[in-house]
Design a protein around this ligand. Sequence first.
Ligand code: NAD
Length: 471
Amino acid sequence: MSAQHFELVIIGAGPGGYVAAIRAAQLGLQVACIEKEAALGGTCLRVGCIPSKALLESSEHYHKAQGELARHGVVISQAGLDLAQMMKRKDGVVGALTQGVAGLFKKNKVVRLQGLGALLAKTESGWRIGVTAADGTQTEVTAGKVLIATGSEVTPLRGVELDGDRIGTSTEALKYPSVPQHLVVIGAGVIGLELGSVWQRLGAKVTVLEYLPRILPGLDAEIAALAQKVLAKQGLQFQLGVQVTGARVTGETCTVTYTSGEETKELSCDRVLLAVGRRPFTQGLGLENAGVALDSRGRIAVDGHFATNVAGLYAVGDVIAGPMLAHKAEEEGIACVEHMVTGWGHVDYDAIPGIVYTDPEIASVGKSEEELKAAGIPYRKGTFPFIANGRARALNSTDGMVKILAHAETDRVLGCAILGPRAGDLIAEVAVAMAFGASSEDIGRACHAHPTLAEVVKEAALAVDGRAIHM
Ligand code: NAD
């Protein structure tokens, strides 16, 4: 029997792959999507963004019930923690969304193939692709074009002995069976801060060890320093400028070794979370056989339309260069298949927001002040604090500020960073403004409803020209 043929086969059903599959089907292509896991949605839906946000939300409620609600006049005599229920709810959120993706595949007639996809050989009309199921069963399909969207995996750290339990990654930290007494987080990046703050709010002592002298590398330094202050006030303990060289477990105790200047130090704890970054996942894909070129960091090299050096092979998301973000992968997936079908397809890399879901949230888009300085771009800066905003006061969430950077001559908005309540939602306005090439004057003159947190964005835009009203 000849192998089933598709116009497009996508390998990986994370945000890059599944969204590309749906868009390709909408555009009329016959599409199949190969996924090795039983659930669709990739790292983001299964063991990343979604479960961590579910836990962040729950732990925030718990934390508020511990005392903050009393400031609102809501008195709870004894708030308890049912961790098993918290985890069950999280699993329910994940289950509903992954099944939702399966439903979308059905609705759009995307054929789902379960197993590990691998490029076998080039044919006259495209590619032969192998699909190896979990039980070892092998099938084959053929495709005119193949889009690789296999995502990323945790970067290991030499000396840190991951045991899949006490010394683990974000996957383990999303399902600890009990609240750790002392959690040591390696890396003050996005994962470290999000999951560190979940467990800190649930009662763990959390120590974050970071190699650099600052948290959240890449984020505007002023906002990062402010965020560190706010998170430290909440109880997260930071040790910056230290290099973790090892972690091992004996019984229920973990020992983390690190160097601080000339000194070698040790920390004892009951759980370790390794969060020093992620790397492209390309294992078993058969890239070498296919002759696909990688860049110096092991990422698949692509051109502006996501085409690799091999005809008919494309790649998007965490396996290629750029920020490892679900929404960046989605945009690339859509642009890639739209270009295949229509000849047009574009991602605006200058306006991709990034969000850290701590409480308060941290969000940014475009350039940081340091990047503008380094590039010698003249800029003006406007900031506005949440404490001067009525809605933030009513929410009892007044830490943080909005910072907008605009070109000194044209006033075009070049970047924005926010620390504050719902920063992740607020940044969308600035991302849209940037996509339309807006000036800070445009944002400042647009009517923003009162009383809303969005008024802080408007005021920061007005502050670029020194005319904020409420400061
Ligand atoms: P990251 O790159 O955000 O941060 C890793 C941190 O570890 C850095 O600050 C780095 O300096 C530090 N580090 C490296 N080696 C170290 C050492 N030996 N000792 C101490 N510190 C060390 O990586 P992450 O937090 O693991 O996240 C991985 C990827 O997933 C990122 O690209 C991130 O953007 C993405 N992600 C995004 C979100 C989100 O958008 N909300 C959430 C989770 C993950």
